[in-house]
Design a protein around this ligand. Structure first.
Ligand code: GUN
Length: 294
């Protein structure tokens, strides 16, 4: 019988720990940490993410602000907003919600974020430090995955971890984090992507399978070794007339057939997603402490 890596419950626990720390700070007369988010356009999934970030910020006692910009915002206007946020000493960290509209160069925008406020850990400075094993803001989703494995005491040392998907946001950084010589890491990592040959032969070797390919129910039972730990990073909305809001959320893994094979598996929703937001809060608290020399 498989067990769930319950991201929702773990996130609640960690949010409680953060809230206690924030309460302690404000009782001592300090201001609350402040996380800001920039969103360009009205993409449904992005608006949900940003709303969740705002809600979670308030739950732990952070100040939160959202800069909503229209779909037709120019790259220059967005760069000016980033410059403003970089220089506002009341804001400890901020994120620019991705993806951005096609007419805006995403990497140019990310490069403009001050590494000191880059709580998403997306800037070249923070990515570089992560790869070197130096203190940094670690990208939120990979950090959330590692936290989940650690909190559930999943053994990682010497295990074969197969990562499916090589995005800058998830696949590439999580492969790096799980391979490094640290506690709750030390895996042998294989990074698979769209050009990988014989994908199934490789995923069948995985003790830990991390799936971030962005394709609904891509991983099926024939691709999973019995007893594997499966982490599903996918989030897809599919129409479902039986639901009040008209849709349900599915992942990159076909859970109905894969779950019975697993030792541990993340549900979708309620697996990795809540931990991503918690990691963002943890990074913001870290940015706050750094700027207050704590
Ligand atoms: N879009 C999907 N995931 C993320 C994330 O973690 N951060 C940002 N900024 N955009 C995203």
């Amino acid at each position: 019988m498989y067990q769930l890596l319950d991201g929702k419950a773990t996130a609640l626990q960690i949010k409680d720990e953060i809230a206690n720390e924030v309460r302690h700070l404000t009782e001592q007369g300090h201001r609350a940490p402040h996380l800001a988010a920039v969103i360009v356009g009205t993409d449904g999934a992005s608006m949900t993410y940003v709303a969740n970030k705002e809600k979670s910020s308030h739950e732990v006692g952070f100040t939160s602000s959202v800069y909503r910009m229209s779909e037709t915002t120019s790259e220059q206007q967005l760069l000016e907003t980033i410059e403003f946020l970089n220089n506002d000493s009341d804001i400890d960290g901020f994120i620019v919600q991705l993806p951005l509209p096609k007419h805006i160069n995403e990497q140019k925008v990310v490069n403009a974020i001050s590494p000191k406020k880059d709580v998403d850990g997306f800037t070249p400075y923070n990515i570089g430090r992560m790869v070197l094993g130096e203190d940094c803001f670690t990208p939120a989703t990979p950090m959330g995955i590692c936290t989940l494995l650690e909190r559930y005491g999943i053994e990682t040392e010497g295990k074969h971890c197969v990562v499916v998907g090589r995005s800058n946001i998830v696949g590439t950084p999580v492969a790096n984090l799980l391979s490094r010589n640290k506690k709750s890491a030390n895996c042998t990592v294989t990074l698979c992507h769209s050009r990988t040959r014989n994908l199934k032969e490789i995923t069948l070797q995985a003790d830990i399978l991390v799936v971030a390919i962005g394709k609904p129910e891509f991983i099926t039972a024939d691709m999973v070794k019995p007893g594997a730990v499966v982490v599903d990073v996918g989030i897809h909305r599919v129409p479902d007339a039986s639901k009040k809001n008209g849709y349900r959320v599915i992942g990159d893994v076909k859970h109905s057939e894969v779950d019975p094979l697993c030792s541990w598996v993340t549900p979708v929703p309620g697996g990795v997603g809540p931990l991503t937001i918690v990691s963002l809060l943890e990074n913001t608290l870290k940015a706050y402490k750094r700027s207050h020399q704590m």
